[in-house]
Design a protein around this ligand. Structure first.
Ligand SMILES: *Cc1c(COP(=O)(O)O)cnc(C)c1O
Length: 469
């Protein structure tokens, strides 16, 4: 039975003569079209042999049916797997959803740089190729201005920034760090692993909850290259705790003749409390770390800063010069698109810092400081639309909720928000979540207390959270 059926399958060359596939082969790569046909035929053959898909007896082996399948497969293969999704999770900087949304100015800069040639490493005044580090010149001045640092170097992300700083300054030597700061940040960044990969030797001091000045001064010796302070981005040790602040640590480092490096993680450029966030939501500023005596500060481009993925290294010129000369800099350098987006983002800070217009320009700051009334207005409209779209049996309500900054920024602190809860007597929250995920533009909510919720903090158009199947 299956043998007869297998013999009925049209050949690849026969199928490729169909007008639709001839057209596709003229438009697209002929090899790609032929391979789609082969893949469809392989699927049909294995269904017949295994008896799947109706026992092989009634599989449609007409040329039209197979051509349709091949065309569908071609279309799926050419659709990007990376698509727009709606972030209704309540996490503003969601690492799995690409963190910061770029400003309009940054987007324009990316398009301009992507479309053609730009002077990424070309000195237009001299009319010659820029030297080492010229790539960073497009952002260096801006970051110096905004942080008070002497020099700046930019790499692919903050993990890379920490890696290259340690490799440059501490390869084969000791890095002294408090036991309470040996952090693991989401997305598999573990400080002890980065220290090891950099070639440096980890020297832990203090205990998980308490580290004293004497712990540092006692540990920093002839083998020590630097003292590292890491922002415990995504957790807090509470209760009986002591740490050593940057300013006294700077004194200890100077006395021991070693560098003081701070991994700030998010690294804010402006005080968010001035934009209306509560005092508890204050993140340390890069400027403050430099002022307090850090020789080097590293931070991310796509966390609170609100720009593209990048790792920024700001600090003393003597150290930054060494870092720029490390061959790893070439391996970790950023491209013209990142440079363009980062420079445009930084220029917004330069132009608008201290003005409430800054939050209008940078989406990350806008959403973090969005008023509850504004969120509620969209939530109320969306509630009606969702209830209408889902129909009978679903309960859709507006309720209070809690958003978070995410990506280890503003840890623990939650920001009051408005959410929409969706429930159904006969459906589990996971089933409701699936319904929203299967929407044409996938909608990502969160299940909290056994209830599916959509946080409206990042949603501006109520229609965005109405599932379209
Ligand atoms: C987020 C974070 C990192 C990693 O930064 P990426 O830009 O994600 O590479 C490193 N250190 C700290 C303290 C962080 O918060």
């Amino acid at each position: 039975m299956s043998n007869t059926k297998l013999r009925e399958i049209p050949s690849v060359s026969e199928l490729l003569k169909s007008p639709e596939l001839v057209e596709a082969s003229e438009r697209l790569s002929p090899a790609f079209v032929a391979s789609a046909v082969r893949e469809v035929l392989a699927g049909i053959r294995s269904d017949i042999v295994s008896g799947a898909g109706g026992g092989g007896g009634d599989a449609d082996l007409s040329t039209e049916a197979i051509v349709d399948k091949a065309l569908a497969l071609i279309e799926t293969s050419l659709t990007s797997s990376l698509k727009r999704v709606i972030n209704a999770t309540g996490t503003v900087l969601h690492t799995n959803l690409g963190r910061a949304y770029l400003s309009e100015a940054a987007l324009r800069a990316v398009v301009l740089a992507g479309r053609g040639a730009v002077n990424i490493e070309y000195d237009l005044k001299k009319g010659s190729r820029g030297g080492r580090g010229e790539r960073d010149s497009h952002v260096e001045g801006l970051i110096k201005e905004l942080t008070g640092a002497e020099a700046v170097c930019v790499v692919n992300n903050n993990a890379a920034a920490v890696l290259i700083v340690l490799n440059t300054l501490a390869d084969g030597r000791e890095v002294v760090i408090s036991r309470g700061e040996l952090v693991e940040i989401g997305g598999s960044f573990r400080l002890p692993d980065i220290i090891e990969k950099s070639g440096a030797k980890l020297k832990e001091v203090g205990t998980t909850n308490r580290t004293h000045p004497a712990d540092y001064s006692g540990a920093a010796g002839a083998e020590t290259a630097l003292i590292l302070k890491a922002h415990t981005s995504n957790y807090r040790v509470v209760g009986f705790t002591t740490g050593v602040a940057l300013a006294p640590l700077s004194g200890i480092a100077k006395k021991a003749g070693v560098a003081l490096v701070e991994d700030l993680g998010s690294g804010a450029l402006v005080d968010l409390t001035e934009l209306g966030l509560g005092e508890r939501l204050r993140e340390p500023l890069v400027k403050e770390s430099i002022e307090a005596g850090a020789d080097i500060v590293t931070f991310s481009g796509d966390k609170l800063l609100g720009g593209p993925q990048a790792g920024i290294i700001a600090g003393k010129k003597e150290y930054i010069d060494l870092i720029k000369k490390n061959p790893l800099k070439r391996a970790l350098r950023v491209d013209k698109l990142t440079t363009a987006a980062l420079a445009a983002t930084l220029r917004e800070y330069l132009a608008y810092a201290g003005s409430e217009n800054l939050a209008k320009k940078l989406p990350t700051l806008k959403y973090l400081t969005r008023s509850i009334e504004d969120i509620e207005e969209v939530a109320t409209e969306a509630r009606g639309l969702i209830a209408g779209a889902l129909g009978e049996g679903f309960e859709v309500e507006v309720a209070g909720g809690e958003s978070e900054a995410g990506s280890g920024s503003l840890p623990e602190e939650v920001i009051p928000t408005k959410v929409i809860t969706v429930s159904h007597a006969d459906k589990k929250p996971e089933e409701i979540s699936r319904l929203f995920l299967d929407s044409k533009t996938p909608i990502l909510g969160r299940i909290k207390n056994d209830l599916f919720t959509l946080d409206m903090r990042l949603v501006e158009d109520a229609r965005d959270v109405v599932p379209v199947i």
